[in-house]
Design a protein around this ligand. Structure first.
Ligand SMILES: Cc1ncc(C[n+]2csc(CCOP(=O)(O)OP(=O)(O)O)c2C)c(N)n1
Length: 637
């Protein structure tokens, strides 16, 4: 920003919401433009959720203008649209650190600011959280408003429906703002979305009707009679034409639809809403990506984006090789589906993110986007499997946590051939603790009937996918975010023997073994090569299967080498290393020394994947250090 710009800038004078409450509408609109510019500039460098945050700038300013935050509690759903909120709540000068190691989070964090009333990252929690805060207010005699802001994609998930059902019945003062941009990441799906669409269209009809009434009134006598008749018809159609009738029936006062980029309109309406009693639902129409042409034209691409060039909207790192795990998965499922018509695919609102977009184009009749509804998606897949199909359910590791009971109760208990593919397993990087996929080895391996796998590279991923669709029972494959290793890709996927690991470095006269799984296999190989140069011979095993374990290979190794390091990008508790320890104890191999490398019993903050792997000692260096400690000091004996 030049000095002249700085002098004229309103944003430079804004630090907290109290500053914006002094502005007039024109100044607020100018401020909205400046905030958009800052968001675009920062996200173009750091990556992040651009389109959703650009869509809520006016709404954010209007809420903070009208309500007395942080005394009034503002709860963002998912929280990916909260960048403007961060900028005007004391974090403007930190905003350049967005999603960087040690910097501010890309999601609301209570630890970060008193203006963040509730943490988020996963969707559809805001209404439940708001009802809880509201009940607490009533019990403790508090005097403040609760406002939840939720998107039209997120409101369609089970949790949000459960909360609406509850809140409407409790009848306490609370406000839900439905931010409707007709988009999830891709265009929204489901009957709720169609309903909201009809509400919007209905709004246009209502406007037209008012104008028509005025016209009829102006025609003497005939006009009056026609108006009476119109009124009767209208009564019978009320449920159809009153916008938001569904919410009214659930016990909410419905306000809207409001134009979400008209500051004056938003402020006027929110002021009225503030005075209303009981639960209120304010329906606001916004445009995803508003104010940045490339994001408006392709909001899905700019939903969550890596660093890009502001002038062209193109990614900065356009280097297409090596192939990402996501792409490899997408390609392979298309290949396998060509040969087996029973293969179908399920996504929970993330067809691009999971790599299923190509499948969706090729086999639209065999592709299901269930919306942001992981629980439904998994049980739906169990139903498909019970009906004779082989569903592949592609859900990020972190979001599959939502469907845990469904995996146990509907898939595994019935031993149905559902394939779960968990992208973003391990550290995801800048999205941080809400999004790291660090629990799945632990949460899956404890369930009977399921086979749990993790490939060492993108080539092995295709073989595991074939193994999974052919095994005839529940199976899961988890793989990391980002690019593969860059290995040669076999022409055809082949089935692997279930429960068989592989020795990837034999380590002649090995003195110890590193047993790695998934993303940690190549760092283990690299560590072994360097250890060899230093005179320490190490055998490296790619476990491939977290369950069932290759008992023979692992027990023989433990018996003969006696020193074992396990490495995994998962929490240690209940993970792969734990499985190894359990095995050795059960088989009475008590004299082997085992050191487990993985994530300790703590949540992990945001930073790049590389930084996090280093910090948690599961990169090449960390593995080498552990090996040295074991050899030199006999540590952990
Ligand atoms: C449980 C869960 N599933 C999936 C996601 C990934 N995700 C983040 S935002 C988003 C779309 C949200 O759509 P909407 O609520 O309409 O908000 P918008 O981005 O359109 O403003 C999705 C699928 C998530 N955060 N949580």
């Amino acid at each position: 920003m030049s000095n002249v710009d700085k002098e004229n800038s309103i944003l430079t004078t804004i630090n907290f919401p109290e500053d914006i409450r002094k502005l007039d509408i024109t100044q607020l609109n100018t401020l909205a433009g400046e905030i958009r510019k800052k968001i675009i500039e920062t996200v173009s460098k750091n990556g992040g959720h651009l389109a959703s945050s650009l869509g809520t700038v006016e709404l954010t300013l209007a809420i903070h203008f009208v309500f007395d935050t942080p005394r009034d509690k503002l709860i963002w759903d998912v929280g990916h649209q909260s960048y403007a909120h961060k900028i005007i709540t004391g974090r403007k000068d930190m905003f350049h650190t967005l999603r960087k190691k040690g910097g501010i989070s890309g999601f609301p964090r209570r630890e970060e600011s008193p203006y963040d009333a509730f943490n988020a990252g996963h969707s559809s929690t805001s209404i439940s959280a708001a009802t809880g805060i509201t009940e607490a207010r009533c019990l403790t005699g508090g005097d403040f408003k609760t406002i939840a802001v939720i998107g039209d994609g997120s409101i369609a998930a089970g949790m949000a429906f459960e909360a609406l059902n509850w809140a409407g019945d409790r009848n306490k003062d609370m406000i839900i703002i439905l931010n409707d941009n007709e988009m999830c990441i891709s265009p929204n799906v489901g009957a709720m979305s169609s309903y909201l669409n009809r509400v919007m269209t209905g709004h246009t009809v209502t406007k037209f009707r008012t104008e028509a009434k005025q016209f009829l009134k102006s025609i003497p006598s005939i006009g009056e009679q026609m108006l009476k008749f119109t009124k009767q018809v209208e009564e019978s159609l009320k449920a159809l034409v009153i916008p938001g009738a569904l919410f009214e029936e659930l016990g909410f006062t419905y306000v809207g639809p409001l134009e979400g980029h008209r500051m004056d309109n938003l402020i006027k309406n929110l002021r009225n809403v503030k005075k209303l009693k009981g639960p209120v639902l304010v329906h606001v129409i916004t445009k995803k990506g508003m104010g940045y042409k490339f994001a408006e034209d392709d909001p899905a691409k700019f939903h969550g984006i890596a660093p890009f060039k502001v002038e062209t909207g193109e990614p900065i790192d356009s280097n297409a090789v090596p192939l990402s795990y996501t792409r490899m998965f997408g390609r392979t499922i298309v290949k396998l589906a060509h040969d087996d018509p029973r293969i179908v695919a399920v996504t929970a609102a993330m067809s691009e993110g999971t790599g299923l977009d190509e499948f969706a184009r090729k086999y639209p009749g065999r592709f299901y986007d269930v919306g942001m509804a992981e629980q439904h998606g998994v049980t739906f897949a169990a139903g498909l499997a019970a009906g004779g199909l082989i569903p592949v359910v592609a859900i990020y590791s972190t979001f599959l946590q939502r469907a845990y009971d469904q995996i146990i109760h509907d898939v595994c208990l019935q031993n149905l051939p559902v394939v779960l593919t968990l992208d973003r397993g391990g550290f995801v990087g800048s999205d941080g603790p809400t999004h790291h996929g660090l629990f799945d080895y632990s949460y899956l391996r404890s369930i009977p009937n399921i086979t749990v796998m993790a490939p060492k590279d993108e080539n092995e991923l295709q073989h595991m996918l074939k193994t999974a669709v052919e095994c005839g029972r529940p199976a899961s494959i988890r793989y990391p975010r980002g690019r593969g290793i860059g290995v040669a890709i076999d022409e055809l996927p082949v089935s692997l023997e279930i429960g068989k690991g592989e020795i990837v470095v034999n380590g002649e006269n090995a003195e110890m073994a590193i047993v790695a799984v998934g993303s940690t296999v190549y760092p283990a190989i690299a560590a072994a090569e360097r250890l060899k140069e230093q005179g320490i011979n190490v055998r490296v095993i790619n476990a491939r299967f977290i369950k069932p374990l290759d008992e023979k290979l692992l027990c023989d190794t433990a018996k003969s080498l006696k020193r074992i390091i396990t490495v995994e990008e998962n929490v240690l508790m209940g993970g792969f290393g734990s499985a190894m320890l359990e095995l050795l104890v059960e088989k009475g191999i008590g004299d082997a020394i085992v050191k487990r490398l993985g994530i300790k019993d703590e949540f992990v903050e945001h930073a790049s994947q590389g930084e996090l792997r280093k910090m948690h000692g599961i990169d090449e260096e960390g593995i080498m250090e552990a090996a040295h400690r074991m050899m030199d000091k006999g540590e952990y004996s």
